[in-house]
Design a binder for this molecule. Structure first.
Ligand code: ASP
Length: 331
């Protein structure tokens, strides 16, 4: 009896404390979005724009961004999985949440068990790029050039399991040029872009949130977009063919981003964060910036926490056979 009573008492105290935490949340302590890639890249761009919109959506809050790059995003994701579950440390990550379980057979966290899902954010197409000196101006010339120089060129990516890595794998697999190029990993596609512009690497596939301004300025060459449909609504990207139009049947790759908190974050805090996310995703400045970068904010339904988790579970199942077929593992 005494034991039972004390259990009830503990539960009541815990619930009251939980409520107090949620009522005060976020208080004066900043909320940090951990970005698992280098600063200045596409994931970082989305996180910084989102942090600004979330700050507006939660008056009095202070959102910051921390870059924890390495191992294709898994170092930063693991950091958040192990962080104090108080709502002050969040993760902004992309498709890597679903691709790394297949690429890393020894992943230090479990995507579906170690996180609370806060909602999807956006979808971002990718572009296939070459260094400015590459002697090709159309997709056809580009593919022919790679074919004629098999074994001599290199392709940059943001680490094993990154979106750029997956895109490069899928493309090489689709054109039957598997392992035709040496892969060069970076801590994000921001440093990889610098190397591409400088001509130290030959090829890269990256999200439009990082590539549009470089293409527009003529600092890199773009050859195709990775989505099934042409990006006809975008002033710059409408001029590039899709890989499907170039004969790669079924090629369709868009990089989605989602927000996460460590498992065990109080329910009321999660509700507050999800509510703020929904407001942020309707912020006209945020929406406009995303559109300018070729990205699309997800629909209301996909901003729901449960919907986000179901989507990631499905993506894990969808990507595993693709990665298994490519036979490229990170460990
Ligand atoms: N674009 C990177 C990737 O390939 C991520 C980044 O640098 O933000 O996953």
């Amino acid at each position: 009896m005494t034991f039972r009573l004390s259990l009830v008492a503990v539960a009541v105290v815990a619930a009251t404390l939980g409520q107090a935490v949620a009522q005060d949340f976020p208080g004066s302590k900043p909320i940090t979005f951990v970005v698992p890639f280098a600063a200045g890249g596409p994931t970082d761009r989305v996180a910084r724009d989102l942090a600004e919109a979330m700050r507006k959506a939660m008056p009095g809050s202070n959102f910051t961004v921390e870059n924890a790059a390495g191992a294709g995003g898994t170092i930063g994701a693991n950091k958040v999985a192990k962080a104090k579950p108080d709502g002050h440390t969040l993760l902004l990550w992309h498709i890597g949440m679903a691709s790394t379980p297949a690429l890393y057979r020894k992943l230090p966290f479990k995507p579906l068990e170690d996180f609370e899902y806060l909602g999807l954010v956006n979808e971002v197409p990718m572009t296939l790029l070459g260094k400015p000196q590459l002697p090709a101006n159309t997709y056809r010339d580009f593919e022919n050039h790679i074919r004629a120089n098999a074994g001599k060129l290199n392709i940059a990516h943001a680490g094993l399991g990154s979106a750029s890595h997956i895109c490069g794998l899928m493309w090489q697999h689709a054109v039957k040029l598997n392992e035709s190029m040496t892969t060069i990993p970076f801590g994000g596609t921001a440093p990889a872009m610098t190397a591409l512009i400088g001509g130290q690497v030959d090829v890269m596939c990256d999200q439009t949130t990082n590539t549009t301004s470089q293409i527009e300025a003529g600092r890199v060459k773009a050859f195709a977009v990775t989505t099934a449909k042409p990006l006809s609504g975008h002033k710059l990207l409408k001029d590039y063919p899709t890989l499907q139009e170039m004969g790669l049947k079924g090629f369709d790759l868009s990089i989605w981003h989602g927000a996460y908190a460590p498992k065990g974050t109080p329910e009321d805090v999660l509700k507050k964060l999800n509510a703020a996310l929904k407001v942020a995703l309707k912020d006209p400045d945020f929406v406009k910036k995303q559109e300018g970068l070729g990205a699309v904010v997800v629909t209301d339904k996909r901003q729901e926490r449960a919907e986000h988790k179901t989507f990631v579970a499905n993506e894990i199942n969808k990507l595993k056979p693709v990665i298994d077929a490519a036979k490229q593992f990170a460990d």
